[in-house]
Design a protein around this ligand. Structure first.
Ligand SMILES: O=CN(O)C[C@@H](CC1CCCC1)C(=O)N1NCCC[C@H]1C(=O)Nc1ccccn1
Ligand code: NI
Length: 183
């Protein structure tokens, strides 16, 4: 199982690399990696397991965060209806996005960042994405609000981008035009 000791922190060069696409059929280790990433999220949101193994709660985690520079991440995040978006995402692409932006009113954090970085991280509120599952089947999905923000935060990790790269330097709480805080 993935533990916090396996999560690399800012300053580690892998967090700034562009991760490589994976080919199908997946190698045994890439399939296991995808399963381990999702398992980490589920564990991290279980109070007993999280306390037992000292896990920081996560709604997403990307392979580069455990020092594997491949285009795989997992999501385990509630949508607006309270249903969990539970996905192992391989070779993702954003195919279209809204003009409207959204951001978490409390800003974003990251399991690879052991400090609070204040400021809004504006991202398209709605996205249409394409990716493959572990079996190489292509999936197309429309996401909005928290699942959309999480997907984009994880996709950033595959491109060596950290959430604070998006924060307006001059005014971290800059009310980005056409953007809405997620209530
Ligand atoms: O790359 C992946 N990571 O770095 C884990 C991050 C990913 C999320 C950050 C913003 C969007 C995706 C993560 O899940 N967190 N970051 C550290 C604090 C805890 C946790 C979090 O934001 N939880 C949360 C947020 C909103 C609602 C409910 N829970
Ligand atoms: Ni992160």
């Amino acid at each position: 199982m993935i533990l916090m000791k396996d999560v690399i922190r800012e300053g580690h060069e892998t967090l700034r690399k562009k991760a490589a696409e994976v080919t199908f059929p997946l190698s045994a280790e890439n399939r296991q990696l995808g399963e381990d990433l999702l398992e980490f999220l589920i564990n991290s949101q279980d109070p007993e397991i999280a306390e037992k193994y000292d896990l920081r709660s996560g709604i997403g985690i990307a392979a580069p965060q455990v020092n594997r520079s491949v285009r795989i991440f997992a999501l385990y995040v509630p949508n607006d209806h309270g249903d969990m978006v539970e996905e192992i995402v391989v070779n993702p692409k954003i195919v279209s996005h809204s003009v409207e932006l959204a951001y978490l009113p409390g800003g974003e954090g990251c399991l690879s960042v052991d400090r609070d970085v204040t400021g809004y991280v504006p991202r398209p509120q709605r996205i249409t994405v394409k990716f493959f599952n572990l079996d190489g089947e292509e999936k197309k999905m429309r996401l909005k609000n928290l699942p959309a923000i999480a997907f984009q935060h994880e996709l950033d990790h595959l491109n060596g981008v950290m959430f604070y790269d998006h924060i307006n330097k001059d005014n971290p709480y800059f009310e980005v035009p056409n953007s809405h805080p997620l209530e």
